[in-house]
Ligand binder design. Structure first.
Ligand SMILES: [Zn+2]
Length: 407
């Protein structure tokens, strides 16, 4: 352990004895009271010294016996300390790739705000490099989303689509104007490569697996067809449901951006649940959907470029939340925003009892009373406080299940 105060949070002294780390209520903490020796000691936490040397320095600065360890324990528990050499072998390997880390420094700093354990941020960033994600649909949303995931360090982002690049597919960060007329899939893959020139080599797919989605931690469905965005066809996700592959829907329909639901098969509401719920609520739904899905002459939908970009960014954030081991707020929810205001609203996608995904049955099982796991948990009584009443809400635990992003 070579402790370093997380550089992501600015430091400011509220008074002589009280220091605040961070500016915004979401992540700021205050620490105090601190005597002058302890104040000076904080400056030594820059990642160049191991614990034995820090204890020695503490003795030289006349800190009471045990103060160094107590202080480090408090700072670590508050999530303020990183380990300049920690995170495990994969983190160590990534640390050696300076050119990669330089590009990803802001992402690493952001991860340090949501990982309490020293070395955890780099470990997560390193874990992203081993992940395989598939994006189905390379329009204004899908191609940008795929590029963002690649740029954020996801090792392999596979894009699937058909046809050739049309003028209205072009979007900053996604398909470029120079790719007009190219195969859409190939052009999107080029965009993904450009977003992360330092990405690791592609994994060899498991031979003979037979399963189209084998090895994908996550599949993101970003259809260019606006009916498929508004009313995702459960049949399109049958294989994903059968293989237990987590998947996320995102797209734009008639000036409304949609992110979600994030489907954990058998855990949270799926496209089938959504469809059945709409059938229950709207007696004309089946008639409408049949007309909307009826093939017609090709038309270009209403897809504001800013909205498409916002949808791609939010969907990528939810995907990364899952891939990093958290629980995205789009699980069981569709986030929607419409032009011109783009005020995001959350619409629940509840597990439907008649859906074959069995999420409703699991919900019912969960509703049964059980012991609380948090009883008796020690509470923070040290002098580390939040400067406002807002609390951190980062790293929310994922619901119990079999979902492993890091495969
Ligand atoms: Zn379902």
């Amino acid at each position: 352990m070579h402790p370093v105060m997380k550089p992501a949070l600015r430091r400011g002294w509220r008074d002589r004895d009280t220091v605040q780390f961070g500016m915004t209520p979401a992540h700021a903490l205050t620490l105090g009271p601190l005597d002058s020796a302890t104040r000076g000691f904080l400056d030594l936490l820059n990642g160049t010294r191991g614990l034995p040397l820090l204890r020695e320095e503490g003795r030289r600065m006349d800190l009471p016996a045990g103060r160094v360890d107590t202080l480090l324990e408090r700072l670590t528990r508050a999530g303020l300390v990183d380990d300049a050499r920690g995170g495990g072998p994969a983190a160590g390997a990534l640390r050696a790739k300076e050119h990669v880390l330089r590009r990803l420094r802001p992402d690493l700093a952001a991860l340090s705000l949501t990982t309490a354990e020293p070395g955890g941020a780099l470990a997560r960033l390193a874990a992203r490099r081993a992940l395989r994600v598939q994006v189905r649909g390379a329009g204004r949303v899908g191609a940008v989303l795929a590029s963002v995931l690649s740029g954020a360090g996801v090792g392999e982002v596979d894009v699937r689509d058909v046809g050739r690049v049309e003028p209205w597919d072009v979007a900053p960060g996604g398909l470029g104007a120079e790719s007009l007329g190219e195969r859409r899939e190939a052009a999107a893959r080029s965009a993904v490569r450009r977003a992360a020139p330092d990405r690791p080599p592609r994994h060899a797919h498991s031979p003979g697996s037979g399963a189209q989605d084998a090895g994908h931690c996550l599949v993101i469905l970003t259809p260019r067809d606006d009916v498929a965005v508004h009313a995702p066809d459960p049949a399109d996700a049958e294989q994903l449901m059968a293989s237990g592959t987590p998947h996320l829907y995102a797209g734009v329909v008639e000036g409304t951006g949609v992110v979600g639901p994030f489907v954990l098969p058998g855990e949270s509401g799926c496209a089938g649940c959504l469809h059945l719920d709409r059938m229950d609520r709207d007696p004309d739904w089946a008639r409408l959907i049949a007309q909307w899905r009826c093939p017609r002459a090709r038309r270009v939908g209403a897809c504001d470029l800013t909205l498409a970009t916002a949808v791609a960014g939010l969907a990528a954030a939810h995907a990364l939340a899952f891939l990093d081991g958290g629980s995205p707020s789009s699980a069981g929810t569709r986030w929607e925003a419409s032009v011109p205001g783009l005020d995001w609203r959350a619409l629940p996608v509840r597990p439907h009892p008649a859906c074959g995904c069995a999420a409703a049955r699991r919900d019912a099982d969960r509703a049964k009373p059980e012991h609380s796991a948090t009883d008796g948990e020690p509470r923070e009584t040290m002098a580390v406080q939040r400067p406002s009443t807002e609390r951190r809400n980062a790293g929310a635990a994922r619901p119990t299940g079999t979902w492993r992003a890091h495969v």
